[in-house]
Design a protein around this ligand. Structure first.
Ligand SMILES: [Fe+2]
Ligand SMILES: [Fe+2]
Length: 187
């Protein structure tokens, strides 16, 4: 599927700004990692873009209701299994790079955006050092499980500072592209 089509599909199922932006942020991070690992950028980007597609309609069952949406849109079994694998209750093992990556960038991308929104220069100049500092600040983004942020990066086999840098740079690059399409991760 082409990205444009996937965006249309996403908009059919995701109506809130919060989940829509989160999907774009995870897309950005997945594309950045696809480039880093020499993988298919479109495919990895679509995994990011569509990973929470059933969340608004079925928050309790998410992501286990995504197959019905994705099958109807002709996604193959492997793609659908990769989406399922990011769920905390999933029985699908995170046994490939894209699955480990999706898990590692899911919360991290939005955590980074939350930090950027508080800075005058937003994502520009945001270092892994300040991200780590915010992770120690228990009052900030309380719902985000810090241990999972670090453990998932470890499972992906990347050093945590590099992980943050890859995502920050990916978000910056994607923001430029999104603005041309009339979207933003940051406003
Ligand atoms: Fe999710
Ligand atoms: Fe997510």
């Amino acid at each position: 599927m082409e990205r444009k089509e996937a965006l249309t599909l996403l908009k059919e199922h995701v109506k809130t700004d919060r989940v829509f932006r989160h999907s774009l942020a995870v897309e950005a991070a997945m594309v950045a990692y696809a480039m880093k690992f020499g993988e298919d950028e479109n495919y990895w980007g679509l995994l990011g873009l569509l990973h929470d597609i059933d969340f608004e309609k079925y928050p309790e069952e998410h992501p286990n209701r995504s197959p019905e949406i994705l099958e109807a849109a002709n996604f193959d079994e492997t793609f659908i299994a990769s989406i399922l694998s990011h769920g905390s209750t999933s029985k699908i093992p995170r046994d490939s790079k894209e699955r480990q990556c999706l898990h590692a960038v899911d919360e991290m991308a939005s955590f980074i955006i939350a930090i950027a929104l508080m800075r005058p220069t937003k994502l520009e100049g945001l270092t892994s050092k300040s991200v780590k500092k915010k992770m120690k600040d228990k009052a900030f983004a309380k719902a985000v499980n810090r241990e999972e942020l670090t453990a998932s990066a470890e499972a992906l086999g990347v050093e945590f500072s590099d992980h943050v840098d890859t995502i920050v740079n990916g978000l910056i690059a994607h923001e430029a592209k999104l603005q041309k399409e009339g979207y933003s991760l940051l406003d």
